[in-house]
Design a protein around this ligand. Structure first.
Ligand code: C2E
Ligand code: CA
Ligand code: CA
Ligand code: CA
Length: 256
């Protein structure tokens, strides 16, 4: 994957978005859906976002690509918002920590919301801590505060791996944590994992933020993460990433 390929794919309209449902742990409501970038290259076939995003980050194209994702996600949210059954459903967009460190980012998000004629209350942004950017830098903190003033929610993704640090967690203006998929993957096979998940959930609740368990693939995993008191669940067991129109159908059928 090269910068040129990303530019060409953007220009040719080859990117698309998939949406994956997030449910309450009791599975009685659709909380939201996560937006995931998809690219089908005419020659190579499907190229995973993990092969695209790092290149976009290295080359600065993440801002243009990120704006495109946000614009599309806001337009889709506006479509869903015309249906009362979708009134409480939020759209969760992954953003790079680089975007969060850009002081112009709130204005870019505001432009996407304005173009879709919606406010920020239906939008949740997921950010992953990385080696590239410190999400607790003064710039990022100021951007986060501005975004929250727009009614937008913020969630820390892949929590519990890599660079996440407990020390600054209480200073971050966030609404939720997404526990890294590896915890869900091991919760039924490694006896040390459930107590950790339980402790993280308790900590999240003590801080007044919610906890999402992602990557739920089996009933046993669903049972285990639910017993740890997680608030929200997501994973192939509950629903795979799918095109927006399929999620609309899925939600209608699921509600019956
Ligand atoms: P992520 O944000 O941690 O997203 C979750 C990934 O796990 C997605 O992979 C999703 O398809 C996959 N997944 C969901 N449920 C399950 C499950 O039950 N089991 C397993 N094994 N996997 C599951 P995907 O779509 O390949 O995305 C990979 C990563 O690329 C994302 O990880 C995110 O960091 C990044 N990404 C995707 N779209 C965007 C975007 O629009 N902007 C940015 N900045 N990053 C994005
Ligand atoms: Ca994510
Ligand atoms: Ca994640
Ligand atoms: Ca990630």
């Amino acid at each position: 994957m090269t910068a040129r390929q990303i530019e060409d794919a953007l220009a040719a309209g080859q990117f698309s978005l998939a949406y994956q449902p997030l449910l309450t742990a009791a599975q009685d409501a659709l909380v939201g859906c996560e937006v995931l970038l998809r690219w089908r290259d005419p020659k190579q076939g499907d190229v995973p976002p993990n092969a695209i995003i790092p290149v976009a980050e290295r080359t600065g194209l993440i801002f243009e690509l990120g704006d495109w994702v946000l614009a599309q996600a806001c337009l889709q949210l506006a479509r869903w918002r015309t249906d009362p059954a979708w009134a409480e459903v939020t759209v969760w967009v992954n953003i790079s920590a680089l975007q969060l460190a850009d002081v112009r980012f709130p204005a870019r998000v505001a432009a996407a919301l304005r173009a879709a004629r919606i406010d920020g209350s239906g939008l949740c942004l997921e950010v992953t801590e990385s080696a590239l950017v410190d999400v607790s830098s003064p710039n990022s903190l100021a951007v986060m505060a501005e975004l929250r003033a727009m009614g937008i929610r913020l969630v820390l993704d892949d929590f519990g791996t890599g660079y996440s640090s407990l020390s600054y967690l209480r200073h971050l203006p966030i609404d939720g944590l997404k526990l890294d998929r590896s915890f869900t993957a091991q919760i039924t096979t490694d006896a040390s994992v459930a107590p950790i998940v339980r402790a993280v959930t308790d900590m999240a609740h003590a801080l007044g933020v919610s906890l999402v368990a992602e990557g739920v693939e089996t009933e046993a995993q669903l049972d285990a993460v639910t017993r740890c008191d997680t608030d929200t669940v997501q994973g192939y067991l509950l629903g795979r990433p799918m095109p927006a129109h399929r999620l609309t159908q899925w939600h209608a059928e699921w509600q019956r």
